[in-house]
Design a binder for this molecule. Sequence first.
Ligand code: GLV
Length: 320
Amino acid sequence: MKILVTYDMFREGFTELQERYDVTFPDARDFSYEEVYEMIPEYDVLCSMFDFPVQRELIDHAKRLRLVANYAVGYNNIDVAYCLSKNIMVTNTPDQVTVPTANLALALLLDVARRVSECDRKLRYLGRSMKVGVLENLGVNVEGKTLGIIGMGRIGRALAKRAVACGMTVLYTNRHRLDESVERSIPATFVADKDELLATADFVSLNAPLTPETRHIIGARELALMKPSAILINTARGPLIDERALVAALREGQILGAGLDMFEFGDHPLPELTKLDNVVMTPHIGTQTLDVRVAMAKAVSDNVIGFLEGDRPITPVPRP
Ligand code: GLV
């Protein structure tokens, strides 16, 4: 069995896999798509990163491939239906990403609400000309406010619990309503109509996967429905938001602010966003801690070993 890992990663999580199989890693960089395309006919398993495209061209070239083990909960980089039609299983790493991503979503919300990064930036770059004083740099409370969550999977639920702990009330919308007992345990209230959630919530967090249905789930129309005091958080996937429409909404004060961990056009935001004080941005660091990096690698390794040997549970992604 030959296993190809497309990305550079701490090896701790892959120890068991390396002991059992012939595993190829790139050396201190990621393999390019062209390199993977060249090598793939020799391999039985592909371990891909969330931004590595596993589409028809590559799949058709992968004569021996039986498993694509993605390093992420999201798998919008993979043509899952096509993989399954070729008898290739696809797995992801849902459990390890939940808490760190929910923590980052909360951190972004608190940061925008209390203007933490903005104040930090002004202290550094304006120095003594920064206006300070008890009536300057006023933020907004999160306590007593309503958080609307779009996408109530594991991360959405973990964020909801954190929001409740901070004194917020939680509304959510999701493809399927949660069991009432789960709703009660958070607690969170289902809103069937996304527009109603957008119009009611003080803050909105996107926690849905990227699919054709969720692309631009927030565009000019949706931003116009939101309150002028609203804060929008995105730790899911960049293209959920029409970023040009968001720039316009933030500039015109149509909403109060945004916290973004992902961007529509690749790894970087539109340059206009970097000029705005009411947006806090991070470069897709939702799961970026040493411990989580290693835990996700271990989850990938467990998926591969469990798939090949059936000795442990694995996490296949659902059929689309
Ligand atoms: C990260 O973006 C993930 O999908 O886990």
